[in-house]
Design a protein around this ligand. Structure first.
Ligand code: FCB
Length: 448
């Protein structure tokens, strides 16, 4: 590992967070593990999708990724070297239960035990996510994956098994990561696995995802899982480009589809209603009672706001604070606005910011990676987070996305979100300046 500082880096000039606030970094299984065919892991829908020509930039796949599966111990040392007290990861379902039903894979289960125990040994709290988009291909082949109601029951079985295995050692278990992405990007826009463009299917999938979340919480609680249980949702406030009624209505509709579509069933037992909000055709009696299980925590992933313009061509977003390498506007105020909005609209459990991060085209120069954009993004977003907390939002922790550069889905290895740079040819890891800065900041917070 390279990139240790010659001089002590500056911290972020921010007021103190609460002394028990958790500081972490986040990853997900398919994006970092590699070892796609090792030790009994079977393909997931992302293996299939990434190998379909034209779906991922440069034809990249997660076959090797950061080879984290084979570098577990040194990667755990690297996480520890960042000075974080928490680490969010996801479990690859097809590593622990290759087909998504039937037999379990001991070597896969053992990997996540070693991961959790290795974190605990280093004084780092493990935050597990059960589903970060890598559905076993076996379930896709058997019954069209999330289009089948039965997949929600398979997910609950898997959750129960993982809850029994790890529930006394992890700091929390989230069912899904960003179900909006699974449904909308996977079944409407077709840019994520399984790559369909079918709106009724997307609506049915969104309902099965929520149902599976509720069933999983019930299944884990039925066997006495001790870890706090919740879900991770990606959320953004929406801004109408102008005062025109059309732009205002568009902004509201985007918010309904993006934020309220997943929040309302969980907290209010209904989907948002409206002329442009088609409802799923697969809701059964009692489903909302299953979905609306009490949450011990809510994870929020925030990257940017949604800009709503109905003009042709659209009125551009001002982007005054710059855009990331993804083309996403750097809009920190949106984090505060979002949190204050949901705090006003719902009765919420404690919140964790489970992802927030910035893509920059980083390069290693003389063993160092200078990433000013990422540092500016972090500083402004942490400041916005404090603003929301001062306004009364109960936020307990922050996880930067991501620990290291990794397989950024349809963008392949082209986009770099890490605090740690990865040279994919050598698997050399180099701490970026942002990592040193985050470490100095966390150390300073602890000393206060
Ligand atoms: C989120 C995903 C995460 C990563 C970031 C950039 O939507 O949860 O895996 O790709 O975006």
């Amino acid at each position: 590992m390279q990139g240790h500082p010659v001089t002590a880096p500056e911290t972020f000039p921010l007021p103190p967070f609460p002394s028990d606030f958790r500081w972490g970094v986040a990853t997900s299984s398919y994006q970092i593990e590699g070892a796609a065919a090792q030790d009994g892991r079977a393909p997931s829908i992302w293996d299939t999708f990434s190998k379909t020509p034209g779906k991922v930039v440069n034809g990249d796949t997660g076959d090797v990724a950061c080879d984290h599966y084979n570098r577990l111990e040194s990667d755990l040392d690297m996480i520890q070297s960042l000075g974080v007290d928490s680490y969010r990861f996801s479990i690859a379902w097809s590593r622990v239960q290759p087909l998504g039903y039937g037999a379990w894979n001991e070597k896969g289960l053992d990997f996540y035990e070693r991961l959790v125990d290795g974190l605990l040994k280093r004084g780092i709290a493990p935050f597990a996510t059960l589903y970060h988009w890598d559905l076993p291909q076996g379930l896709q082949d058997l019954q069209q994956g999330w289009e089948a109601r039965d997949t929600a029951y398979r997910f609950a079985d898997y959750a129960q098994r993982m809850g029994k295995l790890l529930g006394d050692r992890v700091a929390s278990i989230a069912t899904h990561n960003e179900p909006w992405c699974t449904a909308t990007l996977g079944y409407d826009q077709g840019v994520f696995a399984p790559g369909k463009k079918d709106v009724p299917a997307m609506l049915r999938v969104s309902h099965h995802l929520l149902l599976s979340h509720g069933l999983a919480l019930q299944a884990m609680r039925a066997v006495g899982v001790k870890a706090p249980l919740g879900i991770v949702l990606n959320q953004s406030p929406t801004t109408a480009a102008t005062d025109s009624p059309a732009d205002q209505a568009r902004a509201q509709r985007e918010y309904d589809r993006f934020v309220r579509w997943y929040m309302d069933p969980i907290f209010n037992k209904a989907y948002p209603q409206g002329p442009e909000l088609a409802q799923p055709d697969n809701i059964q009696d009692g489903d909302f009672d299953i979905i609306a299980q009490p949450l011990d925590f809510l994870g929020i992933n925030y990257y940017t706001r949604i800009w709503a313009s109905t003009s042709t061509p659209p009125v551009p977003a001002p982007n005054k604070d710059g855009v990331s390498d993804m083309g996403w506007e750097n809009y920190a105020q949106g984090l505060s606005d979002l949190l204050q909005g949901i705090h006003r609209d719902y009765t919420l459990p404690p919140i964790y910011i489970t992802e927030n991060g910035f893509a920059e085209a980083d390069k290693v120069v003389d063993g160092r990676v200078n990433d000013p954009g990422r540092q500016a993004y972090m500083q402004t977003h942490l400041k916005a987070l404090l603003e929301a907390m001062d306004a009364g939002v109960d936020v307990r922790g922050f996880f930067y996305w991501s620990l290291m550069d990794n397989f950024e889905w349809a963008c392949g290895y082209d986009k770099r979100f890490g605090l740690v740079h990865v040279d994919y040819a050598t698997q050399q890891r180099t701490l970026k300046d942002s990592a040193l800065r985050y470490r100095a900041f966390i150390a300073r917070q602890r000393k206060r």
